[in-house]
Design a protein around this ligand. Structure first.
Ligand code: 5HY
Length: 251
């Protein structure tokens, strides 16, 4: 596989989560692929609401704009299960951009007739259901479940058991052939849970990293014209004045 430089962006500002996401992405990547994991200098500590998600996007786009300016990445992973800012990121970047929700759901759809998603807070279930429909995968997505544990509480005692218990219920009650872990903070659980449950447990960080690698190797990326062409340049004001898009650096 041709060597790719992949920038994995955790759109929340939790350095501990970014480090664990980076480790999982690097472990999934092929030899020769370099993975750099970053989180923005501005934004929410975790993303658990539409408000968090909306305000995570500027920081995420700033990281992509910086990498484009430097020419330091061949492709990008958005490491948050809401795939925040995915379309805007595809407009801005010259390389492929893959969100972990899309990658995990498409990967799980290869593995059987249906999958369940196990996410964090109940209030984030709607977003995952919308994404499954948006990606044309509603027919495969048997159910989106939550374990009612906050994103930043996933490392706390008892959290792993609660996530595992919900995955077990998904297999028993939804008749799913695969389980998708609905948070980047769960990335390190998938191998162990697959062995425990006897069904494939899919982590979006690994799936997205390999998907970006494949797209880079095939020389494929979002085109420069039409809906995902570069945003038209215009003035931005106030605290967003630095987000004015300059004309293409790499075309
Ligand atoms: C994530 N939030 O992957 C999502 C998970 C969620 O900060 N990283 C976050 O609950 O939507």
């Amino acid at each position: 596989m041709a060597s790719a430089r992949i920038l994995v962006i955790n759109p929340n500002t939790s350095a501990a989560m970014t480090a664990s996401i980076g480790k999982c992405a690097a472990a999934a990547a092929s030899p020769g692929t370099t993975v750099t994991a970053v989180s923005p200098s501005m934004g929410p500590a975790s993303i658990e609401s539409h408000y968090d998600e909306a305000l995570a996007v500027p920081g995420l786009l700033a990281e992509i704009a910086k990498a484009e300016e430097e020419g330091s990445a061949d492709g990008y992973v958005i490491a948050c299960f809401g795939d925040p800012g995915l379309d805007a990121a595809r407009e801005l970047s010259h390389g492929p951009v893959v969100g972990i929700a899309e990658a995990a759901m498409r990967t799980a759809a290869y593995l059987g007739r249906g999958f369940s998603v196990v996410t964090t807070l109940d209030r984030t279930r709607g977003r995952a259901e919308d994404l499954a429909a948006h990606y044309g995968l509603a027919r495969f997505c048997r159910r989106v479940r939550s374990c009612e544990i906050g994103v930043l509480s996933l490392e706390e005692p008892g959290a792993r058991e609660a996530v595992l218990a919900e995955c077990r219920r998904a297999v028993a009650e939804d008749g799913s052939d695969a389980v998708v872990l609905g948070c980047a903070g769960m990335a390190d659980l998938c191998k162990e849970f697959s062995a425990e449950l006897g069904v494939p447990v899919v982590d979006g960080v690994a799936a997205a990293t390999r998907t970006v690698e494949t797209l880079v190797a095939l020389g494929l990326r979002t085109g420069d014209r039409g809906e995902f062409g570069r945003p038209p340049a215009k003035p931005y004001t106030g605290r967003l004045r630095d987000f004015q898009v300059r004309q293409p650096i790499i075309s």
